[in-house]
Design a protein around this ligand. Structure first.
Ligand SMILES: [Zn+2]
Length: 312
């Protein structure tokens, strides 16, 4: 059996065909997510049609369409309840009707961090472990939790997936979610340009001449002993550590898996967070394992295909 998977990221739409836990074909489209998703669907449908053709996939082979999205997802009715500053038109959209109309198959919809957790649990860093917290560090900060093999959803489908919006600074920045001092509004790609520009010594920092103020630049300058960059890196590492310690206290995992684009600097991030967690988390049973995600990009797609497998 094969599955169509669709990862709706804020900048990229990743489409793929999965068979037996492997991505056998994939393509990427720009999201233009500020304009919403619905205007992109005709292009998505054409791209999926091409993928099905190139893999000689018959309709009868398909289990369904797995869609992951960075929002709060009602997994009973397969609709998006709320989404933050992108794809605003998907709230209430009937994905199931869309996939039934196009390919005669159902849609399974899930939050993107939860989908990545399932992918890592089945095929990656979380194999053989049923108590996992996953955190993604990137444009935003995603989170998901699994307790005793069950993905946490909660009454309003918010359980476990708002780790990026745990308060880590009482006097912090206003977040896009309405809260202040969230992990995400203290240390994520969207706030990083502001962290640079509002630093009192920004003019003396090498980043002041750069057009793109991203984490790659930040970690590179910090490794070259740039004072401003080191200070910002340490603040970010502290915010991530505080958020992860709170997730550990909340969900009692055996391991924390960290993924996302920022993990290109895992050699700096992992030991720092491991040390903070060892020092500060209340885990009388032992030492929490902090691991890098195995997959940089594909965990969500593999997770969605797993959720479409009969009796997973
Ligand atoms: Zn927030």
């Amino acid at each position: 059996m094969k599955a169509i998977v669709l990862d709706l990221g804020g900048t990229r739409l990743k489409l793929g065909i999965i068979s037996g836990g492997n991505i056998i074909a994939e393509t990427v489209l720009p999201s233009y997510s500020k304009n919403g998703l619905l205007p992109r669907l005709p292009d998505v449908e054409i791209a999926i049609h091409k993928l099905l053709q190139s893999t000689n996939t018959e309709a009868a082979e398909l289990t369904g369409v797995g869609v992951s999205i960075p929002g709060i997802v009602d997994t009973k009715n397969m609709t998006v309840l709320s989404i933050n500053q992108k794809f605003s038109d998907v709230v209430g959209f009937d994905f199931n009707q869309w996939s039934q109309k196009n390919w005669g198959i159902p849609t399974v919809l899930e939050n993107d961090a939860r989908a990545a957790l399932i992918g890592e649990w089945q095929y990656g860093a979380g194999k053989n472990c049923d108590n996992i917290v996953l955190v993604t560090l990137g444009t935003g900060i995603g989170g998901a939790a699994m307790i005793e093999g069950k993905l946490l959803h909660g009454k309003h489908f918010q359980a476990g997936c708002l780790g990026g919006h745990f308060t880590v600074n009482l006097h912090g920045r206003k977040c896009t979610c309405g809260n202040t001092g969230c992990v995400e509004s203290e240390a994520s790609s969207w706030v990083l340009p502001e962290l640079f520009k509002k630093h009192p010594d920004f003019a003396s920092c090498k980043a002041s001449g750069e057009a793109l103020l991203d984490f790659e630049l930040l970690f590179r300058l910090a490794s070259q002993n740039d004072k401003v960059a080191i200070e910002i890196v340490n603040n970010c590492l502290d915010a991530w550590s505080a958020g992860i310690i709170t997730m550990i206290h909340a969900y009692d995992p055996e391991m924390v898996i960290i993924g996302g684009g920022v993990m290109k600097s895992a050699d700096v991030i992992l030991p720092y967070i491991q040390q903070k967690v060892t020092e500060r988390a209340w885990t009388p049973w032992g030492n929490m394992e902090i691991k890098a995600a195995r997959f940089t990009d594909e965990a969500g797609q593999l997770g969605m295909a797993h959720l479409l497998t009969p009796n997973p």
